[in-house]
Design a protein around this ligand. Structure first.
Ligand SMILES: Nc1ncnc2c1ncn2[C@@H]1O[C@H](COP(=O)(O)OP(=O)(O)OP(=O)(O)O)[C@@H](O)[C@H]1O
Ligand SMILES: [Mg+2]
Length: 237
């Protein structure tokens, strides 16, 4: 993945698409408290691919769900283009997510009783916006190499195919921000490489701002902007 060309000026000068400041997340279950994030701050520079590594349990998925507006921080600010997501109600956050954000979760991204095509079409319908380049759902699935699997349901697809459908779903709303959590975790290296190639291609074509959470240090090193999460705090990698 050659993603270095656009690094540089954009990192230091432009307003970041996403800025987190002193974000805390405390999960409370009965009398047990887990502090998943303890003052995490980061920028996602516009148009760059940012990678994030960190040990299991360090808070990566928590951070991602907060950036996606799926979870609220216990304290701190989550700014998307200067707007604090944590001050919006759930409906407003859902609207922003449907229109502007694509998320590929660690697992379970797809609706099991819908076909690959219907999963993508649903995300398009939820975004309620006209497609800029008129990319139809079947074209998106063609781009991820699944043109012949349109009518298959998730359980009829391989792990790599499911992940690629998930990428197509995440791109269905032509997002400004793509958040991917362990996209390649359960894939063999050839399929992982294919999925990453796809992501790099998307980035090259559209300059989507991407946050890629990964356990793979080699993959992380190929990003323009590299972060590491350690015990709920962000460090540069
Ligand atoms: N819904 C929840 N309720 C309670 N604790 C949670 C919840 N989600 C996560 N945690 C805890 O918060 C901490 C951070 O979890 P998180 O899933 O963000 O880590 P992670 O860095 O994504 O790990 P992994 O690399 O294993 O995916 C962990 O200690 C986890 O057990
Ligand atoms: Mg995780």
């Amino acid at each position: 993945m050659a993603v270095g060309e656009r690094a540089g000026a954009a990192v230091s000068t432009a307003e970041p698409l996403v800025r987190l400041q002193d974000v805390f997340k405390i999960y409370r279950e009965g009398t047990t408290e887990t502090v998943a994030l303890r003052g995490a701050s980061l920028d996602l520079p516009r148009g760059l691919l940012t990678s994030m590594v960190g040990p299991s349990g360090s808070g990566k998925s928590t951070l991602l769900s907060i950036i996606a507006g799926l979870a609220l921080p216990s304290a701190g600010q989550v700014m998307l283009e200067g707007q604090d997501l944590s001050r919006l109600d759930e409906a407003a956050r859902a609207r922003i997510r449907a229109q502007r954000i694509g998320v590929v979760f660690q697992s379970g991204n797809l609706i099991p009783f819908l076909s690959a095509l219907e999963n993508v079409q649903l995300a398009q319908a939820l975004s309620e916006k006209p497609r800029r380049n008129g990319r139809a759902a079947q074209d998106l699935l063609g781009e991820v190499g699944l043109g012949k699997r349109l009518q298959h349901r998730p359980r009829q697809l391989s792990g790599g195919e499911v992940q690629r459908v998930a990428v197509a779903v995440a791109l269905a709303n032509e997002p400004d921000l793509l958040l991917a959590d362990e996209l390649t975790g359960e894939l063999d290296s050839a399929t992982a490489e294919q999925v990453i190639g796809l992501l790099a291609e998307i980035w090259r074509q559209r300059h989507t701002t991407i946050l890629l959470v990964t356990h793979n240090p080699e993959l992380a090193a190929r990003a323009d902007h590299r972060l590491r999460l350690v015990d709920g705090l962000v460090k540069s990698a």
